[in-house]
Write a protein that binds this ligand. Structure first.
Ligand code: NZQ
Ligand code: ZN
Length: 354
């Protein structure tokens, strides 16, 4: 196992009804910028719960943070936040809203060109306004980590940055907020969390038994619960298990002390930047191909994955690798997420035709 430092400062408020508890988490007298996306929170009751909980605070709203948040949109929020002199940011939504809010938090008091924050992958960040989050889409782990991904249309950039300053101070994970997710977003989230686990697990063994077995628990949970969430969107236990699995997949715990390989994400981000595919959709296409491409260098972990996650009983390396890849592809397909670019092209053409 490699050396590591782990610091998880985010307080997690998990479960039904926890949105009401945010009032105890935000400093008295804070002036809040509440950020959200295209309006899903107004349809599923989350907006009402949040505004109810914030009754005693001064709140400014910024809506319209789009999926794969755009630099230009976020800069409008930065301007508003500076004008209004807000002191606390509350992000309500999926990974895009959370990531966008992390950028806003770092940019408000940044001296110089704000794009540097993204371009330097967070290196230039020396401060950020405090952030709280209410997560409505389990997928990215943004609710407990210091990562954010920001896109810029004009230059076709989609780049990630990291800073410890933008880790949320608290995050609310209420599984009932996810009942309203469209099937495609539920599937995207399960695939994304699966692939986060994969990127930190599928390298070579370093005898990190706890990390390996935690990762295998997350894989197995997503495999068991993912299809159930599609069939029973309002099953609390299913949603709760998916929500916690997705947070665990990228809050830092699986990745400590082990080698990581984020190639699938790097390629996926380019596909989103070029063609606008959802983040989860890109990963379902890239991962099975990457597994095949790296079958030699990663064979020990591929076989362990086949045995422990996919219940392969044998010991044959070639067979184990094939099973690992075939089962992973079948799982993504079972979630309704195509695993070939050609299928995605067909789906897009069909949705334009009908
Ligand atoms: O904008 P609204 O109206 O809220 O609708 C959103 C959006 O259209 C909708 N949605 C969210 N919660 C909902 C809901 N609809 C109904 N009911 C709910 N409860 O879902 C759509 C997609 O939301 P988005 O936030 O874009 O999805 P996701 O959480 O998958 O985030 C994707 C972004 O996160 C980045 C991705 O690259 C992408 O930009 N990532 C962030 C990471 C991180 N911070 O650590 C790691 C990931 O690998 C990923 O790169
Ligand atoms: Zn991801």
């Amino acid at each position: 196992m490699n050396n590591f430092t782990l610091h998880l400062p985010t307080k997690v408020l998990f479960g039904k009804g926890q949105i009401a508890a945010i009032k105890q988490q935000i400093p008295n007298g804070a002036k809040i910028l509440m950020t959200y996306g295209g309006g899903s929170i107004k349809k599923n009751g989350v907006y009402q719960q949040v505004t109810q909980a914030l009754q005693d605070f001064e709140v400014v709203e910024f809506s319209g943070i789009e999926p794969n948040p755009q630099f230009a949109t976020l800069m409008k929020a930065v301007t508003l936040a500076r004008q209004e002199k807000v002191t606390f940011l509350l992000a309500v939504g999926g990974g895009s809203v959370l990531d966008g809010t992390k950028f806003i938090a770092a940019a408000i008091n940044h001296q110089g060109d704000e794009w540097e924050i993204v371009k330097s992958h967070g290196q230039v960040i020396t401060q950020a306004l405090p952030i709280g989050a209410i997560l409505t889409l389990p997928a990215t782990g943004s609710e407990m980590n210091g990562n954010a991904v920001v896109s810029r249309k004009e230059t076709q950039d989609k780049l990630g940055f990291f800073s410890p300053y933008v880790k949320p101070q608290f995050s609310v994970l209420d599984p009932t907020t996810t009942y309203s997710l469209p099937t495609r977003q539920t599937a995207n989230g399960v695939v994304d969390a699966f692939v986060h686990t994969f990127e930190q697990y599928m390298t070579y063994p370093v005898n990190a038994k706890v990390q390996d077995r935690f990762a295998e628990a997350v894989f197995s949970t997503l495999i068991e619960e993912g299809p159930k969430a599609l069939a029973e969107p309002e099953n609390y236990d299913v949603r709760a298990n998916i929500m916690w699995a997705a947070t665990m997949a990228l809050n830092g715990i699986l990745g400590v002390g082990v080698p990581q390989d984020w190639a699938s994400h790097a390629i996926g981000h380019e596909l989103t930047a070029q063609y606008g595919l959802d983040h989860g959709q890109t990963l379902a296409i890239v991962v099975p191909a990457i597994m095949w491409h790296q079958r030699e260098s990663k064979k020990e972990k591929l076989v362990q994955f086949a045995q422990r996650v996919w219940h392969y009983q044998g010991n044959d390396q070639t067979e184990g690798v094939k099973i690992a890849i075939a089962k992973t592809r079948a799982f993504f397909e079972q979630m309704g997420t195509p695993t070939r670019l050609s299928a995605m092209v067909l789906m897009t053409v069909n949705s334009q035709l009908y």
